[in-house]
Ligand binder design. Structure first.
Ligand code: TXA
Ligand code: MG
Length: 346
């Protein structure tokens, strides 16, 4: 398959170019496009043949449901069977934006889109290209992150090219995404609203507008083999680069720095190429590659997946990552770091 790359202005999307991409969606084909979180791989959410193409291109397990993207808040009333009061509050406060809400689904959604579940994940993205594409296509667009299954989510067009070139019809290049990690996912079909995946909309922010919000704890690996977790995506190894990621948690000056220095020399002695992801500027580790990914959460999130991919391009065997505080947006960043890690040192 030929993948056509179309460059579109993210501030003022050219209508004629959006139209080309929208026609492709209407024809039941696939289009990768930027959102404010990461790039998504989109297709007509109501067309099962089209949705199948997403699973095929990504190599995504068919029991992992997709998020449906809309451009008009009113659409939830046709896609969801019931819109609870809590949803209206969340929509009012956070849409358009990086928050996905799980509802009971209506009849019009094909089984494949929700992987056979009776629930549906919906979000209205805050990105002009995404919104104009959905509006122009005149239909809800199902879109998982536009990476090969298991790889880190793409935050720029090049990442999509690296993973999916030749497997999708169109890639809209709209520059780098603002946030850099995927949306927060909250389940409103549970007794108490439950955060399944943390993201830019934080648990602290959610608790300001809803009475009670629980945080879903991913069951451990042994248990996962036996059950279907709440958010099916959580059972798969996610966001992981080819290199082994080792996350080092704790107080930076007291322990983390010393532990990382030790690990560098240990792995170097074993003949491994070691990269370090640091959140401390001018912190020189003596390893093969050191990448300062920022000290503010918003910058760290923007650089995280990009840095994983950068280390892979440089054939790094071991990535040593400094942990950060798990408060506010830091909680979501640590969630992605932990998921990518093959080892966590405390
Ligand atoms: O920011 C984002 O959410 C990006 C952009 C493209 O919008 N999309 C994204 O999609 O990250 P994906 O497919 O990579 O992650 C969706 C997550 C998966 O963990 C999936 O299992 C979960 O949402 N999910 C989807 N539908 C669900 C449902 N009905 N119930 C529970 N979890 C669901
Ligand atoms: Mg994904």
């Amino acid at each position: 398959m030929q993948t056509k790359v179309i460059k579109i202005n993210p501030i003022n999307p050219e209508k004629s170019k959006i139209k080309i991409a929208a026609r492709i969606i209407q024809r039941g084909e696939t289009v990768a496009f930027p959102t404010e979180t990461v790039y998504g791989l989109g297709a007509d959410a109501l067309n099962d043949k089209a949705v199948k193409k997403i699973f095929k291109a990504k190599g995504r397990p068919i029991d992992n449901p997709l998020i449906i993207h809309i451009a008009d808040k009113k659409e939830v009333y046709t896609l969801a069977k019931k819109v609870p009061k809590e949803a209206e509050i969340l929509i009012e406060n956070f849409w358009p934006g990086p928050l996905t809400i799980i509802f009971k689904k209506s009849q019009i959604i094909p089984k494949i889109t929700t992987a056979g579940l009776d629930t549906i994940a919906i979000r209205m993205p805050a990105n002009k290209i995404a919104l104009s594409l959905i509006k122009e296509a005149k239909m809800p667009i199902a879109a998982p992150s536009a990476n090969l299954s298991g790889k880190p989510s793409p935050t720029c067009a090049q990442h999509v090219i690296d993973d999916l070139y030749g497997k999708i019809n169109i890639l809209i290049n709209g520059g780098e995404t603002d946030i850099g990690i995927e949306s927060s996912v909250i389940d409103l079909t549970a007794k108490v609203p439950t955060l399944l995946r943390p993201g830019r909309v934080t648990i602290e922010e959610l608790r300001k507008v809803l009475k009670e919000v629980l945080v879903y704890k991913t069951p451990n690996k042994a248990k996962l083999k036996k059950i279907t977790p709440k958010s099916p995506g959580t059972k798969y190894n996610h966001y992981a680069p080819n290199a082994h990621v080792i996350l080092v948690k704790g107080n930076f000056q007291k322990t983390v720095k010393k532990k990382i220095i030790k690990l560098i020399s240990m792995y170097n002695t074993m003949g491994k190429k070691v990269g370090v992801m640091t959140v401390h500027k001018n912190n020189n580790y003596d390893s093969d590659l050191v990448n300062y990914i920022g000290s503010k959460n918003t910058i760290i999130a923007k650089n995280l997946f990009k840095t994983f991919r950068y280390f892979d391009k440089n054939n790094i065997d071991i990535i040593l990552a400094e942990g950060i505080k798990e408060k506010n947006f830091g909680f979501a960043i640590m969630n992605r770091l932990e998921k990518a890690s093959s080892k966590i040192i405390k």
